[in-house]
Write a protein that binds this ligand. Sequence first.
Ligand code: GLU
Length: 313
Amino acid sequence: MTVLNSLAEDDSAFAQRQDDDVIQRRCSYSGRFAPSPTGPLHFGSLITAVASYCDAKAHAGTWLVRIEDTDIPRIYPDSEDHILACLDAFEFESDAPIIFQKDRLDIYENVIQKLKNKNLVYACQCTRKILGSNAIYAGTCRDLQLPFQDQAIRVKVTDQGICFEDRLQGKHCSNLKKDLGDFVLKRRDGIINYQLAVVVDDYLQGITHVVRGADLLDNTERQIWLGNLMDYPKLTYMHLPLAMNNQGQKLSKQNLAHPLDLKQAPQLLQHAIHALGQDPVEIDRPSVMLAQAVSQWDISKIPHSTKLDGIYL
Ligand code: GLU
């Protein structure tokens, strides 16, 4: 709907209105749900959607949906449609038009160009074979001044601790130099890395609060580092405990977690709200259940661990 309106409007007026919306969001609370279409959404995704939505709305904030689909080879057929169908069935409404990262590659390239101009990135020709199983990149190509064409692009990190206070998990720190080394922003095959796209879009969408699964906890320092390099405002983080399967593995697309059954939306929603430790809500239309969950939302009731026990969906 907004897209259609925009075509009828003068372009610059529309751009101005969008900028105003972003500034407005930055001044209050703005959260988001940012699934990757690498498989159908599962119960773990629903927990993230519910928590990010309730936390935003309980703070009288906005809640946006963004599809993180830069990793084209990993996109699973029809999973974008399944995500959109889930949002409909669970009656989640994004407060701005949904954005798809694959339509925004020029934006990420621009940011890489800015980092190039500041000499904060470099081309890397190391293949996985050369790097072997060593998880920490030693900076082999840092000073080689290789041309950027057809090479991976890494961002430089320095030997310093980066810490943040997670609203559920407490203080979390990493020294990127010691724990990881300079990391990849763009792969040799041209794919923009998640770390870059997520930071750029959180900034451009005016996001203030990130609520997501604890599997992404260890990515946060990289994202804070990138945000600092770009002078973006700081974000507040909350990493949720993960739903597990009956083999003790986190529910994930890779572990073939059951896709959300849209016909069971109210029951699944009730279960997700319960898994988040919140007071029960009565079975009703999903939007009514969500409104009740928002009115009862209490983050002190969310389990302060990285795993939810006894969730076998
Ligand atoms: N796209 C990521 C995923 O589906 C989530 C990214 C984020 O919330 O920062 O796992």
